[in-house]
Design a protein around this ligand. Sequence first.
Ligand SMILES: O=C(O)CCC(=O)C(=O)O
Ligand SMILES: [Fe+2]
Length: 276
Amino acid sequence: MTLFASAAPVPMTEEQKFFFDLRGWILLPSLLTPAEIEAAKAEVYAGAKQSYEGVLQNLLDHPAITGILSEILSEDPFVGDEYYGFRCEGSFTTVRPPGWSKMQRGDQGMPHVVRPPQQANAMRYQVAGNKIFAGLTRVVWELEEVKAGQGGTTFLSGSHKTHFNYGGPDRWRPNIGESPWENQMRAMMDEYSCPPGSVVIFTESLVHAANDWTNPNNPRCAVFNCYNSIWAQWHLVNLSHEKIMAMPPKRRTLFRGTWALGGNGNYVYAEDNRAL
Ligand SMILES: O=C(O)CCC(=O)C(=O)O
Ligand SMILES: [Fe+2]
């Protein structure tokens, strides 16, 4: 059985660019076949904590997302057939049975961002020269059905471009806690419904939150993968050379070092060219 397409990257469409820029997130429904969903779910339910191994590693560079990630995290001269123009710098899985409470999370479901708005930094969302650069970008694979209002990730659409801070006491705080408008912001957060095998892509500059899983019919079973520019890094990756070498060569380049100039350029993964 062949699991997961390894076709050429699917280019980001004008429609996807428009809505990603407008809202800060897009939903790509039903990317995986039923067999692919079952295989991926089986590994997560068996305890896989990340998507670096097994069939789950095919999610890292599924062709339905690599075209989009090249568009929003790279530039044409840095995108090639043998290497990716962006990096993967984090992965975790989550299983949330019916009744799972967001209070189990360290942030207790507080709507948050990578950095607060309107402050220049390497992780921020920007558009210049008719081109999106999405800083830190999250790709969420939903392996079970998600019903709006029953526990998917929620988003304050447009907040990735806001020019003013959230009104709280600390302009550096990367969440909306203690804002006088906290309840209003929570009330207007957007939800999605999707079948299993769908993907949500969002910029971490967008206010977003984890929620109680109240869907009685199935758990949430999701894989959260995080991507960045080959010139910038937010997370420690903590992935061993051995695990990376078990991947196909092009996939390994997702884990190469974070730099651009020198030698013959930064195109090839090696043990001494590994993001730490
Ligand atoms: O668990 C969730 O629904 C939200 C996860 C989250 O905050 C993130 O991916 O950055
Ligand atoms: Fe988050």
